[in-house]
Design a protein around this ligand. Structure first.
Ligand code: PLP
Length: 389
């Protein structure tokens, strides 16, 4: 079957909540994927920041294969070693021994968990950021600061106040002694890789501490090494109260975690929250293997170097106004609103990227993407920009 056959079957059988995909991907290795017509692509989007080590990585494949042959799933009535090992790793990566982990499957779910955790403070008010993305379930959608995604689904949660991302003054005015939590992405991914001012997180931390509100870092997109740091907030020197991670955490399998830091980790009591598949032995095996591989191969350092490479080689391309982000979460801002055209032209030439907004191309490739692949991307991007300009 070819791409067009799959497209016909898709529209006959799947709901129309997504735009009809133009291609069907059938196999991949590392950052290379193939569609149903046999066309080869460099996957510069990585399942939107998810395939942290690309496709079919040997460490992940062996860990998952070993585990699925041994034990598939256990309920939350029982423990198993992989969830414990992954929780230990995550606790270590936060740098706070008091941290505790709750596992789920998706970013939306762990942000829902954060909302529930914040209710345990006895408060209900939330401050979130305009333009942010925190998921599409009713609670997480209430946090998401994009009207286009919300208007059809009102009423959402009451008591969520959105303030402009990066504006400390407006945030400080909104945070008070009745605020349960403030949720913020270290870099807004879905909005088009928007980086806040340098001291932003530090000032939010101070305002939260002063008012006794929880500071929740949504590291769903920035987490697990994506920005050259484990969670994406570390450069600010702050200690959050809650960190949510998903996407890259499962190295291509559905896995998410809410990490409660410090005394926040004691807020949930038995029976307060749960998830049948959360911390499944197979998904946590994939995650442990990927995190260990990233550590062993010093991938965080590589990500930072890759960012410098992209900034110095893409910023000067005609039609580009800015290259922003951190590590391998990169927004290429264009001088004109032609990102869809540029993304389509790149796809035709064998590179998958995302038009995050009308003038921004987002890339979030596997953290082990090679220098050769990045060079090929830069060369092709330059060709495309000269064709469309
Ligand atoms: C920062 C952020 N938070 C939450 C989510 C929601 O994650 P999920 O789609 O796994 O529910 C996303 C997804 O793009 C995200 O980028």
């Amino acid at each position: 079957m070819k791409n067009k056959d799959f497209a016909a079957l898709w529209s006959q059988n799947l709901m129309s909540n997504y735009a009809l995909p133009s291609i069907t991907l059938v196999k991949g290795k590392g950052s290379i994927v193939f569609d149903a017509d046999g066309k080869r692509y460099v996957d510069m989007l990585g399942g939107i920041a998810t395939n942290i080590l690309g496709h079919s990585h040997s460490a992940v494949v062996s860990a998952v294969t070993r585990q699925i042959k041994t034990l598939s799933h256990v309920s939350n009535f029982y423990s198993h070693p992989n969830a414990i090992e992954l929780a230990q790793l995550l606790v270590r990566l936060t740098g706070d021994k008091q941290s505790r982990v709750f596992f789920a499957q998706s970013g939306a779910e762990v942000n829902e968990a954060a909302i529930k955790l914040s209710r345990k403070t006895g408060r209900t008010r939330i401050v979130a950021m305009t333009g942010s993305f925190h998921g599409r379930t009713m609670g997480s959608l209430s946090l998401t600061g994009q009207n286009s995604k919300r208007t059809s689904f009102v009423p959402l949660l009451k008591n969520v106040k959105h303030v402009p991302f990066g504006d400390v003054k407006k945030a400080k005015r909104a945070i008070n002694s009745r605020t349960a939590m403030v949720i913020v992405e270290p870099i807004m991914g879905e909005a088009g890789v928007i980086v806040p001012p340098l001291n932003y997180l530090k000032e939010l931390r101070q305002a939260c501490t002063k008012n006794g509100a929880l500071l929740v870092i949504d590291a769903v997109q920035t987490g697990i090494g994506r920005t050259g740091q484990w969670f994406g907030y570390e450069h600010s020197g702050i200690k959050p109260d809650v960190i949510t991670v998903a996407k890259g955490l499962g190295a291509g399998l559905p896995l998410a975690a809410m990490i409660a830091v410090g005394k926040t980790s004691q807020l949930f009591e038995p029976g307060d929250h749960g998830s049948t598949f959360g911390g499944n032995p197979v998904t946590t095996a994939a995650s442990v293997a990927a995190i260990k591989w990233i550590e062993k191969n010093k991938i965080l350092i590589k990500c930072k170097a890759d960012f410098r490479f992209l900034v110095s080689n893409v910023s000067s391309i005609s039609g580009v106004s800015e290259v922003r982000g951190a590590g391998l979460l990169v927004g290429i801002a264009l001088q004109k609103n032609i990102s869809s055209e540029v993304a389509a032209a790149l796809q035709a030439k064998g590179f998958l990227v995302n038009a995050a907004n009308p003038n921004t191309i987002r890339i979030a490739p596997a953290l082990n993407v090679s220098k050769k692949e990045l060079n090929q991307f830069v060369k092709t991007f330059k060709e495309v920009m000269s064709d469309v300009n």
